[in-house]
Ligand binder design. Structure first.
Ligand SMILES: [Zn+2]
Length: 297
């Protein structure tokens, strides 16, 4: 595999080697995606070089959730989520529920999901989505593990359903948040966590998020690539079109810190602390073990 690493490094230009000043947790990495099958070791190597030390591998259906668990068993610093994405909600039945319940008991699985509602594309009908989502809320309540949520164009219905379930579930993060201020405040009122991606790097689609980032308390904010999707649009020109990967998370953190008006290192530490508490995973930080102190936010 050493050849792989050398080869991949050749194609990872100097301009993209950002190292985070503090260890980062990428809470949404779709590393079971076929595009990572050929060079996963190199991808993980670059992530570590960038100080992205902990990766939550997203499981969006039974097959991918099982693959995510296998990756977590093989690689230190990797953990898995297990759920059924709203696009695949039509597949939900008793057999799938039983298989998911079994997966959720594994120690590598640190969250239930990706699950939720997507009324933008409706690959499954809204009724099928709500049925699968409520069933997975039930599984989350049973396991006591937090939820990893997907929501697109369904903010109002999502809040209604979560309101009804809020006392039964422990915690939930709305991953890849891209909605408006009202929706954000609704989620924060429900004491939910918010995951931000490189969407904010997009001058056209992410502009509204730039004014909102300051309204998310640091104890509720986490960061993610959602790779291989959502490559930041403001990367240097020659990098456009390449596959997104966890090593680019520091670039996104830098952008969020800029719009929030705080130091990149402070944001990195805060989001990693939040992720550590939320997913109950260790985050390697040798400096901190040596007595590094920081202010609580
Ligand atoms: Zn999603």
């Amino acid at each position: 595999m050493a050849d792989h690493v050398a080869l991949a490094d050749e194609f990872f230009p100097e301009a993209l080697r950002f190292r985070s000043p503090a260890p980062l947790v990428d809470i949404g990495a779709n590393l079971t995606h076929a595009s990572f099958a050929g060079d996963l070791d190199a991808v993980l190597h670059r992530a570590r070089q960038a100080n992205v030390t902990t990766l939550i591998v997203t499981g969006t259906d039974l097959a991918h959730a099982r693959q995510a668990v296998t990756l977590a068993q093989r690689h230190p610093g990797l953990y898995a989520t297990a759920g059924v994405h709203p696009h695949d909600a039509s597949q939900w039945d008793a057999g799938l529920a039983a298989a998911m319940r079994e997966l959720h008991q594994q120690s590598e699985v640190v969250a239930i999901g990706e699950c939720g509602l997507d009324f933008n594309r409706n690959f499954s009908t809204p009724a099928e989505q709500e049925r699968a989502f409520e069933a997975q809320l039930g599984l989350a309540a049973e396991s006591g593990k937090p939820l990893f949520l997907h929501e697109r164009d369904a903010g109002r219905r999502m809040r209604e359903i979560l309101h009804a379930w809020r006392d039964d579930i422990t915690a939930a993060v709305v991953h890849c948040f891209t909605a408006d201020r009202d929706t954000l405040y609704g989620y924060l009122d429900l004491d939910l966590h918010i995951g931000l991606t490189g969407w904010i790097c997009d001058e056209r689609r992410g502009h509204h998020l730039r004014e909102l980032v300051s309204n998310i308390p640091l104890a509720r904010l986490m960061v993610e690539t959602d790779c291989p999707y959502l490559l930041p649009r403001n990367l240097p020109a020659k990098l456009k079109g390449r596959r997104h990967e966890p090593a680019l998370l520091p670039w996104i953190v830098r952008e969020i810190a800029h719009w929030r008006g705080i130091d990149e290192a402070e944001l990195a530490r805060a989001t990693s602390d939040t992720a550590q508490r939320f997913f109950q995973v260790p985050v390697t930080d040798k400096k901190r073990c040596a007595g590094h102190t920081r202010q609580e936010s």
